[in-house]
Ligand binder design. Structure first.
Ligand code: SF4
Length: 351
């Protein structure tokens, strides 16, 4: 076994995290849900979501039989909703094509929606003790520093190099569970993104970045691309009862399947109200503070514009993808965080 692996395992015995909810009863299902949640979410934020998710969907069968709406509702606030949609798709595939059991073959696992090589390996390492290598964001950071690997870790040639290093350190199945958790823990608690705690690190004596006093240089930063800005309007339609119109967004795209304010790039909002919702509005409008939100590939600046409803026609009454929300009532499940914030603010103002 490599000395790095030995030191890491010894460190893990004393310092590893043992109380995370997904560390109990490590079934493929429980590990899978945690791995997907942790892809773009911090542990601290993910824990309450994970506990709620497990309470509602304790196994693959309950998840596969659930509605996408109920899954998205539990995901609301975590962002990157494609993860939730992929969880659902994968649950249905496993239930129908694999008789409710996760495949043991890593390539079959990788073929499932939302599961990449590192996630597939983590699931099989934790649930079946298969000696497979992981390379998530934390591990990339540790290894890039340890070997002073130049280049942005997500660049294919750099990533290939990191996979090779990671494979060389991966032990046999006897130690795989502890090792996999240990390297994740080292990245999460010691070799952190900023200000790594090198004085507490069990492998500092062989860490190239530490020895050269260059830990801040690794991993190299991604080439900065300025994100484009998209400017839109949110229609804040209020009826005579003070209720606000919410619309379910299409299944695909940003905030897919969640309840939101109608969004448009067309500044002719009264025309939009009439043609899309069968609603005639009064002339008076109120423009609110724009909502700014950064997605992975663009920045959104959306200006909420309040319109009061004068009358609605039959189309508005029969539209099943809209609801009228009374601000004094609890919000429907599955509202994106920025919209929730605005609606709660409006509800407080209306008191
Ligand atoms: S010595 Fe510092 S930079 Fe190197 S692996 Fe340990 S914590 Fe990370």
């Amino acid at each position: 076994m490599q000395s790095f692996t030995q030191k890491l395992l010894a460190w893990y015995k004393k310092n590893g995290r043992t109380d995370l909810p997904w560390q109990k009863n490590k079934t493929a299902y429980r590990v899978w849900v945690s791995e997907i949640m942790l892809q773009q979410t911090q542990v601290k934020t993910a824990i309450p979501y994970y506990l709620r998710f497990m309470e509602n969907f304790p196994n693959i069968e309950t998840l596969a039989k659930a509605s996408l709406d109920s899954i998205l509702a539990l995901w609301a606030g975590l962002g990157y909703y494609t993860r939730a949609r992929n969880l659902y798709k994968t649950a249905v595939i496993i239930q129908t094509e694999y008789n409710g059991k996760f495949p043991s073959d890593v390539n079959q696992m990788i073929a499932l929606p939302g599961i990449g090589r590192s996630t597939a390996s983590a699931i099989l390492a934790f649930s079946e003790k298969q000696a497979l290598t992981i390379l998530d964001g934390n591990v990339k950071r540790v290894l890039a520093r340890l070997h002073a690997v130049a280049g942005w870790p997500s660049k294919p040639n750099v990533e290939k190099q990191l996979w090779q290093i990671a494979e060389a350190y991966t032990p046999t199945s006897r130690y795989i569970v502890d090792y996999t958790q240990a390297i994740m823990d080292l990245g999460a608690t010691v070799c952190t993104r900023s200000s790594p705690k090198c004085s507490e690190c069990p492998v500092s004596d062989e860490c190239a970045a530490f020895i050269k006093n260059e830990t801040a240089l690794y991993p190299n930063k991604s080439p900065k691309k300025a994100l484009p800005t998209k400017r839109t309007f949110f229609l804040l339609l209020k009826n005579q009862k003070g209720e606000i119109l919410l619309e379910k967004r299409p299944e695909t795209g940003i905030w897919g399947g969640l309840w939101s304010l109608p969004e448009t790039t067309n500044p002719d909002l009264p025309f939009q109200c009439l043609t899309h919702y069968g609603i005639i509005t009064k002339n008076k409008t109120q423009i609110l503070e724009p909502i700014k939100h950064t997605f992975s590939h663009f920045k959104l600046i959306a200006t909420p514009v309040e319109h009061l409803v004068k009358s609605t026609n039959a189309r508005a009454m029969s539209n099943t993808s809209i609801v009228w929300h009374n601000p004094i009532h609890p919000l429907p499940k599955g509202v994106p965080a920025p919209i929730k914030k605005l609606l709660l603010h409006l509800a407080r103002e209306s008191l």
